[in-house]
Write a protein that binds this ligand. Sequence first.
Ligand code: NAD
Ligand code: UDX
Length: 388
Amino acid sequence: MSSSTKVDLDGNPIKAMTICMIGAGGFIGSHLCEKLLSTTSHTILAVDVYNDKIKHLLEPESLPWNGRIQFHRINIKHDSRLEGLIKMADLTINLAAICTPADYNTRPLDTIYSNFIDALPVVKYCSENNKRLIHFSTCEIYGKTIGSFLPKDHPLRQDPEFFILKEDVSPCIFGPIEKQRWSYACAKQLIERLIYAEGAENGLEFTIVRPFNWIGPRMDFIPGVDGPSEGVPRVLACFSNNLLRGEPLKLVDGGESQRTFIYIKDAIEAVMLMIENPARANGQIFNVGNPNNEVTVKQLAEMMTEVYSKVSGEPSLESPTIDVSSKEFYGEGYDDSDKRIPDMTIINKQLGWNPKTSLWDLLESTLTYQHTTYAEAVKQAIAKPTSS
Ligand SMILES: NC(=O)c1ccc[n+]([C@@H]2O[C@H](COP(=O)([O-])OP(=O)(O)OC[C@H]3O[C@@H](n4cnc5c(N)ncnc54)[C@H](O)[C@@H]3O)[C@@H](O)[C@H]2O)c1
Ligand SMILES: O=c1ccn([C@@H]2O[C@H](COP(=O)(O)OP(=O)(O)O[C@H]3OC[C@@H](O)[C@H](O)[C@H]3O)[C@@H](O)[C@H]2O)c(=O)[nH]1
């Protein structure tokens, strides 16, 4: 064995594999492609309807990984080429989804189709062809915490049993049907159950990933610059947009909800371990998050304001935040997860993985990227006279 042969966690050599990555052109996909190409010898069949975020990996042809990534512009809703690609690969990773909360209550049908119906053929082709599947679910599957139903000052709210989210123990708690926010979580829950059942009844080798607010460069879009002006991305991009434009950051319903944010590069390390350690990852559902990076959305806004001022050299506003109702911001049918702290026992035991980057450090590198990438374009967009 050559000294450069990479081994897995059990000391076995890692064989080069072909990976069919669906949704490879998105935020997580772009980072996963980058990592796979620069640190392994695996080959990627990259499937997406867009490739802007992986263009730098596809061209020019002189890149050292030339030949190890092929882009297939395919909409998985209706394309017969999908099965062929899954058959060609050793492993399929499915990232494709509508996954921005602004869509869940305003486009519930698209959300349910995207997260459940469109994922069905992928599961079926993997199962029928005995191919391994890594499917991206979500921390939203947990919905609300048990503690959220207790009175605000109840002492049990402080008890971890009432809020820590455990893969094999915690229930999935969603709001009523008219709160269409939960259309996404519910569709993701059903596809998880289907994959689990394919494993139990037909022997499908699967791993389910539940990301807890992964953030970093290339997440979503900046409205009016590389996405629609009226579009509402996830919170990192919303707040980045406000900071770039020198506007106050909007706190939905006071910004009291809590989240744990993890740096995309830490999270990608966990996915790499899953890819290269099938014996430890198959049949598992993994939380992937950083329990040490918990903040309220209001605290996130304050920290982002401070970090942005540091990296851009621009002073922050006197009143950096403004409250807005969820109805005004997201429309009818919005609801929210109150708190999301991942239990790390299973991923720790199976893969020995732990997140590393603090919230301050990850915001510093991410907001430096946002400033460098977008400040000029935003200035130009603001200067442009609006038509009408
Ligand atoms: N980023 C997070 O923190 C987070 C949290 C929880 C769950 N997830 C899950 O992880 C996955 C990836 O998330 P992301 O943040 O990279 O989102 P993203 O929107 O950046 O990426 C999704 C990609 O899938 C593609 N896609 C969607 N429908 C498709 C179709 N029909 N055919 C082909 N391609 C299609 C999109 O074009 C996009 O490039 C999603 O399943 C999401 O639900 C992400
Ligand atoms: O401008 C904003 C945007 C968002 N928010 C709030 O910030 C919090 C986080 O919002 P995000 O847009 O990042 O989305 P959420 O954390 O609610 O859900 C996300 O989590 C997991 C994934 O499955 C999805 O990517 C997405 O559903 C919410 O409480 C939201 O109401 C603001 O206060 N202001």
